[in-house]
Design a protein around this ligand. Structure first.
Ligand SMILES: *Cc1c(COP(=O)(O)O)cnc(C)c1O
Length: 361
């Protein structure tokens, strides 16, 4: 028997989640973000599903965009960080990629390039994230340069990125929006601001284009529960199986470093999934898993290829039973919290070792 681990992908859920994005932002075009191998799901698989439903796709680098073109994806693809060196502009122009211009080096490369075609440019403005983007006071100047060069198509889009849109109690999103509106007021251009959190919780942030990523994969990025996120459906369900069972006496320990101690006579199930399969090493004792649809708790440190689970309260558990680590029935964000991380990281780090299996088209 093969090792039972799977990252099951429900592509119907993916399309459903895109539909939620479109319903929440009915006047906006949607650019579906598929960077980092489609948030670990498989970029080509995800892009094939979304390219005819979304208005465009977005990735982090030209390598990611070329992978999609090579696989026959014809949708427009935005490079969210623009190009990393001047010579990438030729490829971008040739393959019809949209490029972010977020600093003066990228602008100079564009102005000095000899290109087969002009490129569609997205001018990124820093409204408070302070990571990428031109300072707001120079947005007008950059915009004029892009209008003036023959290497940029005329319809420049202005965009920005939120730092705290997941937190409804933060004032930062409102401050970023106010600055963005002020910057755009004199620029006759299409606008974009919202990532998933912006789209779900800040309707005023939707503008001409929205850029959801994480929500498309079926989990909420928001810190608090939110009605707009309630109907999202997980795309990836990570599953494994019980491969061994044992009784452990009170006072005995389980696993590396002996960091779980039996407080009562306990039954421990060993499950063949570990950090080598994308399950987080930092998942703490008590992290929930589902066995036959019922919750049980991680007991002992995560190994490379295995975890151990306290199934004392689930007497029917047998070797071979399926275990869900996250996905349908067990929210990704909840597991991530027990591991001191975010759901984004868990799915994005899913290694090639774990087979992606499409369970529903
Ligand atoms: C990754 C990214 C997004 C998508 O963010 P989510 O939180 O996954 O929705 C949107 N815009 C930019 C610029 C990004 O880098």
């Amino acid at each position: 028997m093969a090792r039972p681990n799977q990252a099951r992908l429900d592509l119907g859920a993916l399309r459903h989640n895109l539909g939620i994005a479109q319903k929440l932002a009915p006047r906006s075009k949607v650019i579906a973000v598929v960077k980092a191998n489609g948030y670990g799901h498989g970029a080509v698989t995800i892009a094939r599903q979304l390219e005819s439903l979304a208005d465009a796709l977005a990735v982090a680098s030209i390598e990611e965009a070329v992978e999609l073109r090579d696989a026959g994806i014809n949708a427009p693809i935005l490079l969210l960080e623009g190009v990393f060196e001047a010579k990438e502009l030729g490829t971008a122009a040739q393959l019809g990629f949209w490029v972010t211009i977020d600093n003066e080096w990228q602008l100079r490369w564009l102005e000095e390039a000899v290109l087969p075609e002009p490129v569609h440019c997205w001018l990124k403005v820093d409204t408070g994230m302070h990571r990428l983007g031109v300072v707001s006071g120079r947005a007008q100047e950059f915009y004029q340069h892009l209008k003036a060069t023959d290497n940029a198509l005329d319809d420049v889009v202005i965009y920005t990125h939120f730092a705290s849109a997941d937190d409804l109690r933060s004032d930062q999103t409102r401050e970023q929006l106010a600055l963005f509106d002020a910057v755009c007021a004199h620029l006759p251009a299409q606008r974009s601001a919202a990532n998933s959190a912006g789209l779900l919780a800040w309707p005023e942030a939707c503008y001409d284009w929205v850029r959801p990523g994480y929500m498309l994969y079926g989990d909420s990025p928001l810190i608090e529960p939110h009605p707009n996120a309630a109907a999202l459906q997980p795309v990836m369900t990570l599953t494994s199986a019980v491969i061994s069972l044992r009784e452990v006496a009170t006072g005995e320990t389980v696993g590396y470093g002996a960091n779980w101690i039996a407080r009562r006579p306990s039954r421990i199930a060993t499950v063949t999934v570990g950090y080598g399969d994308g399950y987080p090493h930092l998942a703490a004792n008590g992290t929930p898993v589902l066995i036959n649809g019922q919750r049980a708790s991680l007991a002992g440190r995560v190994s490379m290829d295995m975890i151990t689970v306290d199934v004392t309260d689930l007497p029917d558990v047998q070797v071979g039973d399926e275990v869900v680590l996250w996905g349908v029935g067990l929210p990704l964000a909840e597991v991530a919290r027990h591991a001191g991380t975010i759901g984004y990281e868990l799915i994005t780090r899913m290694p090639a070792r774990t087979p992606r299996v499409i369970t529903s088209d």
